[in-house]
Design a protein around this ligand. Structure first.
Ligand code: PFF
Length: 449
């Protein structure tokens, strides 16, 4: 169990696969296409990639430096590196974000389980576009069925975390992630040969700059942080298990590249289909669920493709939520001396309560809104667009201004073994560029200018 004995990852692939397991999930395949669709397409993609390069990779590195530099959970890391200061309060931000995200994420993961089931009993076969939409609405708005799946998903997380067998699960990442990737490639080929492919691809890749406004930029920044699992300490926690030979820069860029590639592939699958089947790109959270079954329907061997895809999506969600649980569990076991069982129960129960409200946001609570957002909408907006970038900003400021430069140099050069000038550039970006950009995007998003 991770909390009892600090272990390090055995292989290079293990390091990358575990972090990729956290990064790649519903954020890439469900959230990225729907956010892109709601924010006008290619212009959003462009800003998103800008955010990954300018903010994402530097903050990933900042988290790695803190994590490996301390070999500790989020709170312990700040206490160790800067004793007697208040920086460890960042861990509360991380735990709050972890609970908020996991609550709505588990609802969507529950949907993937329902769709796995539907795929298994072969119910997608002869549906028309209208029928897919109707079935989806009937399912998500019903009070019990989605909650059942949400609870089942949370229960699976509980068992895995409680038994401390996440290492076992993460081993599957080594096989699962490449398989998911291959599957996406196959679906891409199908999608770009659909009649609406031209319109779909130009929606995704041909930017209309008039679509850019401050909410598009805030959305893209939130998506970048969400997708990289950034700003809440996941990567601090994971990198605390890195070995002294793990190359941080190479790992950070590989993870970011793979994560972005998966999101773009998802876009290449979804948008041609959206335009072919007359679905609105700005449909919202249901976009992927009503679009993908159409794509499968158009493929020989539809049954096997859809079953495989939804199982892999479910597993990809699981490796992401396990990394969210690990933040709270590492904190409560190492800092509060709770048992692993109690810590995981606490985390999962909080997510279950909020998860019910998130699930009902698509049914009986759909009218219960505050400033136009449901409980689900608030959990998503608050965590992705506010808490994660805020956490990212604090982490940048911490590494850029507060952390001893010796720690940064040591981590960036693996104790002097690697030659790199990047440490200087990184500090510059973390000091000046990342915090300023995040503040400006926040102010823009809040309508200040
Ligand atoms: N990055 C995950 C995804 O894209 O699905 C979501 C996520 C996982 C966010 C872990 C935050 C986190 F700590």
């Amino acid at each position: 169990m991770m909390s009892e004995k600090r272990v390090t990852f055995a292989t290079k692939l293990g390091v990358i696969a575990t972090a990729v397991g956290s990064a790649v999930g519903l954020g890439n395949i469900w959230r990225f296409p729907y956010e892109t669709g709601q924010h006008g397409g290619a212009a959003f993609l462009l800003i998103y990639i800008g955010c990954i390069l300018l903010l994402g990779i530097p903050v990933v590195l900042a988290e790695f430096i803190i994590g490996r530099g301390s070999h500790s959970n989020v709170s312990g890391a700040f206490r160790k590196l800067s004793p007697g200061t208040g920086w460890h309060y960042i861990s509360y931000l991380g735990i709050t974000a972890a609970v908020l995200i996991m609550s709505f994420y588990s609802v969507i993961a529950g949907w993937t389980m329902e769709y796995t089931y539907q795929a298994l009993i072969d119910s997608f076969g002869s549906h028309t576009p209208e029928e897919f939409q109707q079935d989806f609405t009937a399912f998500t708005s019903s009070p019990l069925r989605p909650i059942f799946w949400t609870f089942l998903f949370l229960g699976i997380n509980y068992v895995i975390i409680n038994r401390g067998v996440q290492n076992g699960i993460e081993k599957y990442s080594n096989v699962m992630m490449p398989l998911l990737f291959l599957l996406l490639l196959v679906f891409c080929v199908r999608s770009i040969t659909l009649p609406g492919a031209g319109a779909g691809l130009s929606y995704l890749f041909d930017p209309d700059f008039s679509k850019i406004d401050s909410s598009v930029v805030l959305g893209a920044m939130g998506q970048a942080f969400f997708s990289l699992s950034l700003g809440m300490g996941t990567l601090i926690t994971y990198s605390s298990y890195f070995s002294s030979r793990t190359k941080l820069v190479r790992s950070a860029t590989t993870i970011a590249a793979f994560d972005t590639l998966v999101a773009v592939l998802a876009g290449i699958i979804i948008f041609p289909a959206v335009f072919t089947f007359g679905i609105s790109p700005s449909q919202g959270p249901e976009l992927v669920f009503i679009t993908l079954p159409h794509v499968f329907q158009q493929m020989p061997g539809a049954y096997i493709w859809s079953v495989l895809f939804f199982i892999l999506l479910f597993l990809a969600s699981l490796t992401s939520t396990i990394s969210m649980c690990e933040i709270s569990v590492a904190f409560f076991t190492e800092e509060r001396k709770m048992s692993r069982k109690k810590a995981s129960l606490l985390h999962i129960s909080a997510c279950a309560v909020l998860g019910v409200l998130c699930s009902l946001s698509f049914g009986v609570l759909s009218e219960a809104t505050l400033f136009g957002r449901t409980v689900f909408g608030w959990c998503d907006f608050l965590s992705s667009n506010i808490l994660l970038p805020l956490g990212g900003m604090l982490i940048s400021i911490y590494v850029g201004w507060v952390l001893d430069k010796k720690v940064i140099r040591k981590e960036m050069t693996n104790n002097g073994e690697l030659r790199t000038r990047l440490a200087r550039i990184l500090v510059f970006v973390l000091r000046y560029i990342a915090p300023t950009a995040i503040i400006l995007i926040f102010l823009g998003g809040l309508g200040v200018f």
